[in-house]
Design a protein around this ligand. Structure first.
Ligand SMILES: *Cc1c(COP(=O)(O)O)cnc(C)c1O
Length: 431
């Protein structure tokens, strides 16, 4: 679901003309649709309304304060993976009591800050981490709420870099060890066993891996509830989105999504999982990242050059892997559409590449796009998740601005970095 569409031949995000926005703010620039984000959140909420549940948005997908503020106001909790993300949640007015802290490498300082803030749960990924949390909690004279991330060893059928639920991944504790680890944790005075967590991977478009993982964990979950009165079961995130977009258009249906495109709606996801979860009588936590924000974002870019090479046409744009690393990092595929709707059906296969000095710096390969020329503006769609949050200054390129659209209005929610910002925290050695 998203609110990007052509009106009178021009691409709009909700009520905002993106061509005019690009003139005003320059490119590259990220644009987010608040309406899309909130609708995604509300649909998921509604789908699980029969259950005692909480959505904990995984903020690593997009951690802009304005995004966090929108979701906090809508009632969302948060799932974080660093002290920096905790700082963001608190800055955005999010509640630590509705926040869970995941990640395999929590430092002593991060654990201490999270406990002092009153985190809902530290989701523990190893036995040594459990010992560290017990030691920090003892020193602070606190009881640390913990859940153990259990790795169900299922194949999510997704890209190897975003699959986390196999025993060969670095995440979680194996199902065979989990019971023993809980028993040890139960004997620690400064630990409170609050729940159990799992997360099997990302961009999953079928219900089967989720069902399989939950079914494998159910006997353990029931035993933990009986023996330690745990209060929650977090089933993680990982719901996939459709990257091939059908854009609503006044023109002939220019982008039509094949009916065979796999998709996972919140309703389908809930329908598959509710029968397994409802009998448990536990609070169910959901940790969606991509499925809330992915389709809510677009990255605006301008064509700098069209370069003809033997047997290949390169469309060189002003955005690059430092702004959007998904294509280079895990073969991420993004729909690319001109801000001005093309007049004809002519298509040419081109590589869309950025100015960064790496052969891995591409946005799309062998993509059939309308004829393009320098100065044309494009939108790279479905870039709301793992776009700006993974951006870097590589090649000393300032970070792109982020703009939040709400109805007919827009607001810059992160300024474009200046050249001065690039070097502001650096210094030359004293001479
Ligand atoms: C990244 C992550 C998520 C969110 O994953 P999505 O695929 O974006 O939904 C949820 N939980 C944990 C523990 C994560 O690391």
């Amino acid at each position: 679901m998203h609110k990007f569409s052509y009106r009178g031949g021009r691409l709009f995000c909700e009520g905002v003309d993106l061509g005019r926005l690009a003139e005003e703010t320059g490119t590259p620039a990220y644009v987010y649709s608040a309406g899309t984000l909130l609708e995604n959140y509300r649909r998921l909420e509604a789908a699980f309304s029969s259950l005692d549940h909480r959505v904990c948005y995984a903020i690593k997908a997009n951690s802009n304060l304005a995004v966090l503020d929108l979701l906090a106001r809508a009632g969302s909790g948060f799932d974080i993976v660093s002290g920096g993300e905790l700082f963001r949640v608190l800055a955005a007015g999010g509640s630590p009591a509705r926040t869970t802290f995941a990640g395999v490498g929590k430092s002593v300082a991060e654990i201490e800050t999270a406990l002092r803030a009153g985190i809902y749960s530290l989701n523990v990924e190893s036995e040594t981490e459990l010992e560290r949390i017990e030691a920090v909690a003892a020193r602070l004279g606190l009881e640390a709420p913990v859940a153990i991330r259990v790795n169900p060893d299922v194949d999510a059928g997704t890209h190897a870099f975003i699959s986390t639920g196999r025993s060969l991944n670095k995440f979680g504790i194996g199902l065979d060890r989990a019971g023993e680890v809980y028993r040890r944790a139960a004997n620690c005075r400064h630990l409170k066993l609050r729940g159990i967590q799992t997360h099997i991977g990302s961009q999953i478009l079928e219900t089967r891996p989720f069902v399989e993982a939950i079914e494998k964990l159910l006997p353990l979950v029931r035993a933990l509830k009986r023996e330690y009165q745990i209060e929650f079961f977090s089933i993680g995130g990982g719901m996939g989105i459709v990257y091939e977009q059908a854009l609503a258009s006044g023109h002939a249906d220019w982008w039509t999504q094949p009916a065979t495109t796999p998709r996972l709606d919140p309703e389908t996801y809930a329908a598959a999982l509710l029968p397994l979860l409802e009998p448990l009588g536990l609070k169910i936590l959901l940790e969606p990242g991509r499925s809330l924000v992915g389709n809510a974002g677009a990255l605006l870019a301008t064509v700098e050059y069209v370069k003809q090479a033997p047997g290949k046409t390169f469309v060189i744009v002003d955005t690059a892997m430092n702004d959007l690393i998904r294509p280079a990092l895990y073969d991420g595929w993004h729909e690319i559409v001109p801000l001005q709707e093309p007049a004809s059906d002519a298509r040419l296969a081109v590589d869309v590449v950025g100015p960064v000095c790496e052969s891995g710096d591409f946005i799309a390969k062998d993509r059939k796009l309308p004829p393009l020329k320098a100065g044309d503006r494009l939108a790279i769609l479905s870039t709301g998740a793992y776009g700006s949050s993974m951006a870097s200054n590589y090649n000393s390129r300032p970070l792109a601005p982020e703009i939040l659209v709400h109805g007919d209005t827009h607001r810059v929610v992160r300024q474009r970095q200046t050249l001065h910002d690039l070097i502001a925290s650096e210094s030359e050695p004293a001479r």
